[in-house]
Design a binder for this molecule. Structure first.
Ligand code: NAD
Ligand code: DAU
Length: 345
């Protein structure tokens, strides 16, 4: 399926920037409009290698600002892929307002624009966290009832329900993907793997929550992005698909992998107070996407993690610009100070 124009929202974040890169590499006929509000989690330096590609355009805008976003929909869009979100569980526990604003109201605004302008496909990037927490056995399927436990996952679940409702009520051609924990290059160092790697590179200890035995299912970001592209191009409107890496690990096991790769020992672990409402275990049943669309994760975890750690080691400037806050000035340095909404064309 050829899609001449795709809008990617949340494009300067971890997964969004990897998805933009994948589109430019694999769908060379597609014009990619990369939109982001550049919150603390948005980093334009993660997209520097796209600048100069005639198929790439960056727009700084907030998805909650319908007036700023509407002209892009007015250009005619074959697809919208929405990554824009407040994404960090710990921050949602500190304060939920921004999570409801972007993750719920922002999605409603995008859905209204998609409806009004007849967008070809609207794909909402969701999460396994909408299903809640598992005991020692079992997996989440697409039929598992929604039961979120954090303000973050509650806001993502609310968005999923809105997406469903816009499909049923208005016929908006929506798709939802729910994926497990991603790792890979360009992840903001507030999440487990990049936080622990960057701490260790600075000689700091790593804060492991609770008993360190919570289980997550890990998937390389490139596998996730390939899965999103597969769903976008092949799935029937209204569909929901789980994605996962088939790689369950306890947090302590992840930490041991990182310590060993960096030649450090367990004296660098600091056990700290647990996250309130900390989900114990996530595990995904991905048989539906495998059977319907033929997608499966490919990157072996040990190889993917080793390459990811090496990427953070090698990208010292990227890390340092985040540490110093310099990354927040990148937009103004590249595009000038022209107000909140900007574009590189
Ligand atoms: P991220 O925090 O790295 O990126 C989010 C991006 O959204 C940032 O660039 C930020 O500037 C932008 N943004 C925030 N509010 C905005 C607004 N109002 N308008 C426009 N842009 C805004 O997050 P991520 O890890 O890349 O996650 C992307 C999406 O994937 C999220 O929706 C998240 O829920 C989902 N997801 C993430 C994971 C994971 O493991 N990271 C797994 C499954 C699903
Ligand atoms: O499952 C998908 C979700 O994965 C996404 O929807 C979220 O956007 C993404 O942030 C991620 O959520 P988690 O809460 O699972 O990821 P995080 O990296 O914050 O934590 C992973 C595990 O590590 C979790 O059990 C908490 C633990 N942890 C995390 C941090 C930041 C620690 O022990 N110490 C820490 O400092």
């Amino acid at each position: 399926m050829i899609m001449p124009r795709i809008l990617v929202t949340g494009a300067a974040g971890f997964i969004g920037s990897n998805f933009v890169r994948l589109l430019l590499r694999k769908r060379t006929e597609t014009d990619v409009i990369a939109l982001d509000a550049l919150t603390y989690a948005g980093n334009l330096e993660s997209l520097t290698d796209c600048v100069g590609n005639p198929k790439y355009r960056f727009v700084r805008a907030d998805i909650c600002d319908a007036d700023a976003v509407a002209p892009i929909f007015g250009e005619g869009l074959d697809a919208v892929v929405n990554f824009a979100a407040e994404s960090h569980v710990d921050r949602s526990i500190m304060g939920a307002q921004e999570f409801v604003r972007t993750n719920v109201v922002g999605v409603q605004i995008l859905l209204d624009l998609a409806r009004e302008h007849g967008v070809g496909r609207f794909l909402q990037v969701s999460t396994d966290e909408v299903y809640g927490s598992l005991g020692p056995t079992g997996t989440f399927s697409e039929q598992t009832p929604i039961a979120p436990n954090s303000p973050y996952s509650a806001s993502k679940a609310a968005a999923d329900l809105l997406v469903r409702a816009y499909h049923v009520t208005f016929g908006v051609p929506t798709l939802i993907t729910r994926c497990s924990n991603n790792y890979g290059p360009y992840q903001f160092p507030e999440k487990l793997i990049p936080l622990f790697v960057t701490n260790l590179l600075m000689g700091r200890k790593v804060p492991l929550y609770g008993d360190g035995l919570n289980v997550r299912d890990w998937i390389h970001v490139e596998d996730h992005c390939e899965g999103i592209l597969t769903v976008l191009e092949k799935a029937q409107p209204g569909a929901v698909y789980n994605l996962g890496g088939n790689k369950e690990l306890r947090n302590i096991e992840i930490v041991r992998h990182i310590l060993s790769h960096l030649g450090q020992d367990e004296s660098m672990i600091e056990y700290v107070k647990d996250r309130p409402g900390h989900d114990r275990r996530y595990a995904m049943d991905i048989t539906r996407i495998q059977a319907d669309l033929g997608w499966a994760p490919r990157v072996p975890f040990e190889k993917g993690l080793a390459e990811t750690i090496d990427w953070y080691v090698a990208h010292e400037e990227w890390r340092e610009h985040i540490r110093s806050g310099e990354y927040l000035t990148y937009y103004e340095r590249q595009y000038g100070t022209g107000g909140v909404v900007g574009t590189d064309t």
